[in-house]
Structures are given as structure tokens and as C-alpha cells.
Write a protein that binds this ligand. Structure first.
Ligand SMILES: Nc1ncnc2c1ncn2[C@@H]1O[C@H](COP(=O)(O)OP(=O)(O)OP(=O)(O)O)[C@@H](O)[C@H]1O
Ligand SMILES: [Mg+2]
Length: 262
């Protein structure tokens, strides 16, 4: 058994008042090894963001348990061991890109003393934003803003990285470029990643495993192994293995969506 970066055991979560309670997560169990990249894919509303928020400690589950790196979510969050890129990036428009990335370091400075941190300038450079550090978010393209949000999540060099559709607002060409950039960064900065996406090729290109969720109630339908060799580059898209995996994942989605076109 590999060291578990994230261990989710029998987690359940419902929303709504008594008469109209909706079960959004039903007995979800999942382990992400240290340095493993796991994607979650599934129909809109099936609970992907809710699962991510439970793992991030932003919302409490009703039942079950989440362990991060052997400790509770609360302890891991307090210790800055969890990095989060939310579904819509929240860069502050009145701060430069560099100041946005520095922001987590300046909040609660005393608690951060002695903590391992990464140099914001180096991080921005490795995400291709070295030239844009003094610009404001409004002066950047959508893809560049996303990269800044991702760079910011790496400032405390967390062991666990949670990303909720970080590239969903981008057009396909830009998106592909961003995902290859992330892949390259991750290949030399291995973290346990939980990555939510709607894109089948994106899930395959990035992941070691793909978790397919079903809705009503939100649950794990199956987990698909992605055995493509690493490091992966653009050429992986053209391989027969890639296309076969695409077929497998699309069929799984088709089934959980009750035959709706994916
Ligand atoms: N705070 C909340 N209060 C009440 N209901 C909520 C809350 N958060 C999420 N839900 C409901 O839970 C369900 C799952 O939401 P969630 O955001 O996890 O879905 P998702 O899989 O991330 O969808 P998408 O792909 O559209 O982002 C939805 O029906 C949503 O309306
Ligand atoms: Mg979501």
C-alpha cells in the first residue's frame, strides 16, 4: 500500500432542510497516494465540487472520515498542507499578479514563520508568468489568470493539491496549452492531486486514475486506471492507448448519464 496522501472513507453529505434533503455524497471512499494524480469526472451536479470542498475542509461531511497525510483535515489545513484552486479563480483585481501570489504569505505572517515556502517569483516564472508579475489580473488573458491562481496555490508547497475545473473557462486550444504546462510542472513537483474536470482528454492526459461519479445520489460509479507512460507529452494524444481510454471513459460517462450524449 502506498502512503496515502488523501484517504476518504465512507463520506456522506446531504444538503437542504428536513423535508427536502438531497443526498449529494453517498458513501464515497477514495485514496490518493502521495504523488498520485487523480481526476474526478461526472455529470453536472453529481457532487464533484462538494467532494473537493469536504477534502479541503471548507464544508463538513455528515458522516465518514477524511485523512490528509495521516492527520485530520483541520490539522492539515492549519498546517498549510492543502493547496486549493477553486472553480472560479479569485485573484484580487487591485493587486498585481505578484502581490496576489504573495498574498497567502502576508496573511497571518506570524503563524507562517518558519514554514517552508516557495519563492512567488520563481513560481510565477515556472508557470510562464515571469514577464507579467507587475501586471493586474484585468490585464491578463483568462489562461494567464488561471496560471496565476495555480501558482498561488503552490506557495506553501502543499503535499495535497485540490483543483476544481481550473481550465473550464478557457477555449480548447488555450486549455490544452495550460494542461500541458500543469503536467510539466507536476511531473517535477509531484503532489497528491485531486482534479475535477468535465474534459475526457484532460482527465486521461493528466491522471493516474479517473474517478467516474454518478448523480442522485452523488457517488463513485467506477475508477479507471490510466496506464499511459510518463512523462507524457502532446504526442500521447495520438496513441492507440489514449484513444482506447477515451472510449472507455466516454462509455462509462454515457452509462452514468443514463444514455445521454457525452
Ligand atoms: N451549499 C449548498 N447548499 C445546498 N445545496 C448545495 C450546496 N452546494 C451544492 N449543493 C447542491 O449539491 C449538488 C452537487 O453540487 P456540486 O457543486 O458538488 O456539483 P458538481 O458536480 O461540482 O457540479 P458542476 O459540474 O456543475 O460543477 C447540486 O445539486 C447542488 O445544487
Ligand atoms: Mg463543480
Amino acid at each position: 500500500m502506498v502512503d496515502a496522501g488523501v484517504r476518504v472513507s465512507n463520506v456522506s453529505k446531504s444538503f437542504g432542510a428536513d423535508g427536502a434533503r438531497v443526498k449529494v455524497l453517498d458513501d464515497v471512499s477514495l485514496t490518493i497516494g502521495m504523488g498520485e494524480f487523480v481526476s474526478v469526472i461526472g455529470p453536472s451536479g453529481c457532487g464533484k465540487s462538494t467532494l473537493l470542498k469536504v477534502v479541503a475542509g471548507l464544508i463538513d461531511a455528515d458522516g465518514g472520515k477524511v485523512e490528509i497525510d495521516g492527520s485530520t483535515v483541520r490539522a492539515a489545513a492549519a498546517d498549510k498542507r492543502i493547496g486549493l484552486v477553486p472553480q472560479s479563480p479569485a485573484l484580487l483585481p487591485w493587486r498585481t499578479v505578484l502581490d496576489n501570489v504573495r498574498l497567502p504569505l502576508t496573511v497571518n505572517r506570524r503563524a507562517n514563520a518558519g514554514r517552508a515556502i516557495r519563492d512567488p517569483k520563481e513560481l510565477l516564472a515556472s508557470f510562464g508568468l515571469g514577464h507579467a508579475m507587475q501586471k493586474y489580473p484585468g490585464q491578463l488573458s483568462g489562461g494567464m489568470q488561471q496560471r496565476a491562481a495555480i501558482a498561488r496555490a503552490f506557495v506553501f508547497d502543499p503535499a495535497i493539491m485540490l483543483m476544481d475545473e481550473p481550465f473550464s473557462a478557457l477555449d480548447e486550444m488555450n486549455r490544452d496549452q495550460q494542461r500541458l504546462g500543469l503536467l510539466e510542472f507536476w511531473q517535477s513537483n509531484r503532489k497528491a492531486v485531486l482534479f475535477v474536470t468535465h474534459s475526457v482528454p484532460e482527465a486521461i492526459m493528466l491522471s493516474d486514475r479517473i474517478v467516474v461519479m454518478a448523480a442522485h445520489p452523488g457517488r463513485i460509479d467506477r475508477i479507471i486506471d490510466v496506464d499511459l507512460p510518463r512523462p507524457r507529452t502532446e504526442e500521447a494524444y495520438a496513441s492507440d492507448e489514449f484513444r482506447e481510454l477515451e472510449r472507455v471513459v466516454r462509455t462509462a460517462l454515457h452509462e452514468v448519464m443514463g444514455g445521454a450524449h457525452v
